[in-house]
Write a protein that binds this ligand. Sequence first.
Ligand SMILES: Nc1nc2c(c(=O)[nH]1)N[C@H]1C(S)=C(S)[C@@H](COP(=O)(O)OP(=O)(O)OC[C@H]3O[C@@H](n4cnc5c(=O)[nH]c(N)nc54)[C@H](O)[C@@H]3O)O[C@H]1N2
Ligand SMILES: Nc1nc2c(c(=O)[nH]1)N[C@H]1C(S)=C(S)[C@@H](COP(=O)(O)OP(=O)(O)OC[C@H]3O[C@@H](n4cnc5c(=O)[nH]c(N)nc54)[C@H](O)[C@@H]3O)O[C@H]1N2
Ligand code: SF4
Ligand SMILES: [Mo]
Length: 761
Amino acid sequence: MPAPNPIDPQQVVDAKYSERKPRPGVTTKRAICATCDIACSVVTEVKDGRVVRVRSSDNPIFRDNICMKGIVAPKNFANPNRILKPLKRVGERGSGQWEEVSWDDAIADIGTRLKAIIAEHGPEAWSVSTSQWNTATDHGLGRRLMNHVGSPNWTSGVALCAGNTAAINRFTYGWYPMGDFQNTKCIVLMGHNPRRHSWTPMYNWIRQAQANGAKLIVTDPRRSSSAERADIWLPLKVGSDAAMMLGWLKVIIDEELYDKAFVEDWTVGFEELKQRVNEYPLERVAKLTGCEPDMIAKAARMYATQGPAIIAWTPITDMQRNSTSAIRLQSILRSICGYVDVPGGEHLQGFNPDIVNESAIEMHEVLSDEQKAKQLGSDKHPAFTYRGQERFRGPTKKVWGQEYANLVMGCHMTPPSSLFRAMAGEGPYPVKAFFFLGNNPIMSYANMKLIIKAIMNQDLVVAHEQFMTPSAQLADYVLPADSWLERPWMMDGFGWTSTVRTSEKSMEPPGECRSTFEFWKLLASALDRPEVVPWESIEDFYDYRLEKLGVTWEEFVATTDVHFKTPEFRKYLKTGFATPSGKVELKSSALEELGFDPLPYFREDPPTDPEYPLKLFTGVREDGFFQTGHRHIEEMRKRHPEPEAFVSPGTAKELKLEEGEWVEVANELAKISIRVAIKDAMPDGLVRIPHGWWKPEMKQGVGHLSGALKYADAQLCRDDEDFLDLEQGIPHLKGVPCRINKVSQDELKTETVVEEVEYTL
Ligand SMILES: Nc1nc2c(c(=O)[nH]1)N[C@H]1C(S)=C(S)[C@@H](COP(=O)(O)OP(=O)(O)OC[C@H]3O[C@@H](n4cnc5c(=O)[nH]c(N)nc54)[C@H](O)[C@@H]3O)O[C@H]1N2
Ligand SMILES: Nc1nc2c(c(=O)[nH]1)N[C@H]1C(S)=C(S)[C@@H](COP(=O)(O)OP(=O)(O)OC[C@H]3O[C@@H](n4cnc5c(=O)[nH]c(N)nc54)[C@H](O)[C@@H]3O)O[C@H]1N2
Ligand code: SF4
Ligand SMILES: [Mo]
């Protein structure tokens, strides 16, 4: 049975369920899989103190939500490559030589060195990068410590995935809404392509909604599996989503298909929006997107008239040079069609009032205005920095009860490219200490070689990791991290939904692996700020967060899979929206004050260089891996032994490419080695590059980085201003000019040989 959507209160009431009897010889725990960032509830089976199996939850809300990456977790975390002891670099940085040290010695030395760096350069010289899921499992404690110490320079994978969506949504209606898939009548997927083993719950919700009669509209240059199941598929040009939505608005406004009463009563800037949209007649949009005007109009009409509709969150528009406009356009479409905060549409949930939420734990109020103003990137690309989000403090307090709402942890970040350029010595001031937790930074942003230079230019580099990733290979300390099987978790809906969920600890961490909680607690003490993380243990910390509910963590986790706030719709009737005007800002006063165009627009691609006639995008995730991880698991590697560039049969013919042939994909920044996979779902001229390839079995250290220098997509991702979104400064990963170079047969043969070429930076 596909999973019901946990937004619906009826579903929650119905969710009394009986647990399956454990198999003989095992005990079971109820856990949340944190292998990817969609967080499925699962059951773990424990035998002799170890997790031997992960299966899907018995709770009907979550049943069926499990994928192969969740199932393989016990093998993943028991892999011999797992780091079990703190490692200290000996020899040159990146030389691959380590000695085992104790946690106490490591943390003491890290504390002393970090204090010295702060004394010399100021607290802003310390920066931190984390990942999607890690951002959710450090519970805001990293930000809390940084805020107390005085550094605003925190970034995360959420800058290119969901966190930035949330931050940009605030410009329109002050929060980021969550789709009510259970009751919707129409779903739009802009590229986003949930599959059985990728965004599994989302895939289940969409299938269920379609079974209930909901329409599906997909925009995707490639004929994806979602496109195949769609009522309308718009095969648009890569990177042209914002232009497509301007076209939809043109139709919806011209044909008066919008919610007039809502627009009249609850929005500002409709006339200006209308004028802007008039600059995008369908003929122009057809040119920009490569789609037929009739089809564009048909999709727009379907969205506006077959609602309530959802434009599902998509990472695709998070990674485009028109990202801010594209995300704003999604917000504007939702708003003028009357789908915001209504059943079947998109729900503004706010905080759960029963717990201390992570935005509050972060304590952004203790970071001085002077330090906030130093946040890197806030001058040029401020949208999700403190400066960009400043205008929402007062309105957020009024509507949602708290000044700082760090939705999906994306609302007070440093844009990654600004950070790495500063770390590499490009100014405006020195950044000399870099910590990364649960994040593979050199491979997870744009311009990998610049990030390597940035890391090599540091005085102190600390990784908290499970595996010796290419990034960890460049650290001074690699501290062993626990996994989601080995710690409890109280999950507060990524600071975005009001759902609180629980995960039991299934087993003890192996070796000396420790949690992110422990990492921050130890570091706080080493920086002489023990009072910042005063709780003895993570359970003690959860007790504190649950005080208002009057239960302990032990009681809560034993009785609760999911704790809800009763959904209320159209709350704005009482409170207004959390924007400066209290209304939905179709024309954004905050963007205008920051010096940007307050209306959405489409910035065309720079002229094509004939040297690089093709375009690439990174994406189409592999079932067996999560992002840059999992390449060490044999069963998964068998499924995807080598990185593959997808090209159309037409492009293959033109370039005389054979299926399975090794080629180079190259652009101004770099070239990578990759095998050709000819796919008739691909349009001509477009190349799909998979994200995050390295091979743990290959040589470690500078010059190799376990194959990252040979295969990683991040080398081709550009971070020069032409390829950055103006407002956020995030890179364009959907439509980067490139070419394919044939390689000689001799080179081809060496691909399977272990002997490795050394790469220079
Ligand atoms: N060039 C390029 N950059 C991208 C993308 C792209 O397509 N191309 N995609 C973007 C997207 S969508 C995302 S979501 C981000 C993701 O970027 P990251 O957040 O960096 O994600 P991963 O590559 O999964 O790296 C996570 C690391 O955390 C480690 N880890 C796993 N569990 C734990 C744990 O419990 N504790 C600790 N301490 N470590 C753990 C894993 O071993 C892994 O090395 O990257 C973004 N960046
Ligand atoms: N198994 C597995 N599952 C995963 C992950 C994983 O690594 N492995 N990663 C997780 C993460 S962090 C994320 S963000 C998601 C990503 O998952 P999705 O959101 O589904 O993203 P992708 O699979 O990268 O690409 C989806 C589609 O976008 C299309 N596309 C490319 N460029 C454009 C464009 O410019 N416009 C439009 N409209 N479409 C475009 C591609 O053709 C592709 O069909 O998957 C999550 N789920
Ligand atoms: S989709 Fe798979 S990896 Fe992601 S949380 Fe669910 S089971 Fe875990
Ligand atoms: Mo992502």
